[in-house]
Design a protein around this ligand. Structure first.
Ligand SMILES: Cc1cc2nc3c(=O)[nH]c(=O)nc-3n(C[C@H](O)[C@H](O)[C@H](O)COP(=O)(O)OP(=O)(O)OC[C@H]3O[C@@H](n4cnc5c(N)ncnc54)[C@H](O)[C@@H]3O)c2cc1C
Length: 382
């Protein structure tokens, strides 16, 4: 991955923004179990960071995916997982399909405001089995009438609109779904509750119900019945984003663990001087670098227009696995202090656990890879 002087300029601007506008407030937002999405997104929007690789006609910067990747990586410098995840939900979960397949009208109505700071959320499905979602959009003249519900919607409490995947017919489950933009203020949309989570606390997560929600058919993204395909494409960006946002966060935890264990003494020497500690940290740093190489390779392929399902799936799987191993090892080296909520390593431990679950669990990633390798039981039976 070649980053140019333009990438580095944008990177420095984002670093400055994170240092001044985000990190000083992270502890407060973590305690409050919410961050001010509208205020923060508006500022990010004003700097152009919510539309780096979105079309210029709709307010974006029209740059290629390498800029989005640079941003995902840099957001790892935010000292919690919740705020970067909320930003990623906006830029790489709720809007890629809209930007790529939406009509000009629907892009003007939802993408342009999202790029300037309105909060969008994404609801691709029913957990691991996306094809089996139950939310239904019945055709009624020029409208859809939507009924159903969904747990675990990132930014759901503060969102202005939702990118919803719903069944628009009773046909085969990979061809009966559509992506539809639904303003959250529409009658019948109910944010039932804000969920209480073990980690990612500064990001609000909601349970949402749809009760006879009427929206015009022009709010549909692209062709009716193509929603599952669009969502699978959108997952590539979401999964790469999720992996890239882990890199810097992991490096911070390694660096802080080195610092802490160097200063903490036991049995007449620094904790760090135990070979089991410094070897493990060197191994973890190596793993982070390997993950970075995989992500960069996937991003280059994405920019070249290739299908990166395989590489993005591997990156997401590896990021989840590594996040668990790395934060668990580092927390152990902090001893009792690692178990305290006040230490960064305990927050990282709680936050990073989600990577193996959200956006498709590790087992779903393995299933995708096994399908591609032709090793799923039953695949080769005549
Ligand atoms: C904090 C948070 C934020 C989220 N934000 C969003 C969001 O903004 N939008 C959104 O749409 N979703 C969001 N999600 C939902 C998330 O994507 C799902 O939780 C995830 O896809 C897993 O689905 P599930 O929880 O229903 O698990 P289930 O489908 O119930 O699976 C449970 C477990 O079963 C195992 N499993 C599942 N399938 C298989 C299989 N084929 N083989 C072997 N084992 C299997 C896995 O271990 C899996 O973890 C969020 C979740 C959380 C916790």
């Amino acid at each position: 991955m070649l980053f140019t002087a333009d990438h580095e300029d944008a990177r420095r601007a984002l670093q400055k923004f994170i240092a001044a506008e985000i990190n000083p407030f992270v502890d407060e937002w973590e305690k409050a179990d919410i961050f001010p999405a509208h205020e923060l997104f508006k500022k990010l929007g004003d700097l152009g960071f919510l539309g780096l690789n979105k079309p210029v006609e709709f307010g974006g910067q029209g740059l290629d995916y390498s800029y989005a990747l640079m941003m995902a990586e840099e957001l790892g410098a935010i000292r919690c997982g919740g705020v970067p995840m909320a930003i990623g939900a906006q830029t790489d979960m709720a809007t890629p399909a809209l930007a790529r397949f939406g009509s000009d009208e629907v892009r003007r109505e939802f993408l342009t405001p999202a790029i300037s700071g309105d909060a969008g959320v994404s609801e691709p499905g029913a957990g691991s089995d996306v094809a089996s979602i139950k939310t239904h959009a019945r055709s009624d003249g020029d409208d859809y009438v939507i009924n159903g519900g969904k747990m675990w919607i990132t930014n759901g409490v503060q969102a202005d609109w939702i990118c919803l995947l719903a069944n628009t017919s009773d046909g085969p489950k990979h061809r009966n779904k559509s992506l539809i933009c639904v303003p959250m203020r529409t009658k019948g949309v109910e944010v039932a509750r804000k969920l209480d989570k073990m980690g990612m606390r500064s990001s609000d997560t909601a349970q949402i119900f749809f009760d006879d929600v009427r929206v015009p058919k022009r709010n549909r993204i692209g062709e009716e019945g193509h929603g599952f395909t669009y969502q699978m494409l959108q997952f590539q960006e979401e999964r790469l984003w999720g992996a890239a946002a882990c890199l810097k966060a992991h490096e911070y935890i390694i660096a802080e663990t080195i610092e802490y264990t160097r200063n903490r003494k036991a049995f007449g020497q620094s904790i760090l001087d135990n070979q089991t500690v410094h070897f493990k940290l060197a191994e973890m740093q190596t793993e982070v670098e390997l993950l970075r190489a995989l992500i960069y390779r996937a991003a280059e392929a994405l920019i070249a227009g290739e299908d990166v399902t395989r590489l993005a799936t591997m990156a997401k799987l590896k990021a989840g696995r590594l996040g668990r191993e790395l934060t668990d090892a580092c927390l152990q080296f902090w001893g009792g202090m690692g178990f305290m909520n006040e230490t960064p390593v305990s927050r990282a431990y709680r936050d990073s656990r989600l990577t193996s679950i959200g956006g498709g669990a590790d087992e779903v990633m393995l299933t995708v890879l096994c399908k591609m390798m032709g090793t799923l039981p039953g695949m080769n039976q005549k």
